[in-house]
Design a protein. Structure first.
Length: 181
């Protein structure tokens, strides 16, 4: 009988920890208007670094360090521009449409089971509209710290965020889509 009592207590504590993590992540997202961060992105072994700003809902501006590439979303379209190329996609056809929608994330996180990875990352797997997204949060700060997706060409894209700052002053003109050269 004592054995079952300990199992019951362990189950209650474990369930409360998961609920507590979800609640803290949801509360953190609800209070976040924007995120500024440095990133490391690995697409099929090709690693790139840069700086980004996410402005909820659905806006992002990223500047890559080495190749002068920028990625911009105004909430409807996504543009990737380099010195020699220009790509424009409807945002709704990319996984970023879901990642940049904090209300969507809050709803999904409330419904999903979390996984703890390496005792430091909280992971949620989201499957929606032919997109499979693994989204990661820090288990201490409950900040968004990365995601894993497949891009429009079915390349695996892993993005890790660091040096995260929340609710900084952001120039709204930053999210204007660049013109094609």
């Amino acid at each position: 009988m004592l054995k079952y009592y300990f199992i019951f207590i362990f189950f209650i504590l474990f369930s409360n920890t998961q609920a507590s993590n979800k609640n803290k992540i949801i509360e953190n997202l609800q209070n976040t208007k924007n995120l500024s961060f440095k990133f490391e992105q690995n697409i099929n072994g090709k690693v790139e670094n840069g700086n980004c700003i996410i402005q909820y809902p659905k806006k992002i501006y990223c500047k890559y360090i080495k190749n002068n590439k920028i990625l911009v979303s105004n909430g409807k379209s996504l543009v990737i521009k380099t010195r020699t190329s220009f790509y424009r996609y409807p945002l709704k056809k990319t996984p970023l449409n879901l990642i940049l929608d904090k209300n969507f994330l809050i709803k999904k996180i409330g419904d999903l089971k979390e996984q703890i990875l390496d005792k430091t990352y909280i992971n949620f797997e989201i499957v929606e509209n032919d997109n499979e997204i693994n989204i990661f949060f820090d288990d201490q700060t409950f900040n968004l710290i990365g995601w894993q997706t497949k891009d429009v060409y079915q390349n695996i894209n892993v993005t890790y965020l660091y040096s995260i700052q929340i609710n900084q002053k952001v120039d709204k003109d930053l999210f204007k889509l660049p013109k094609q050269n």
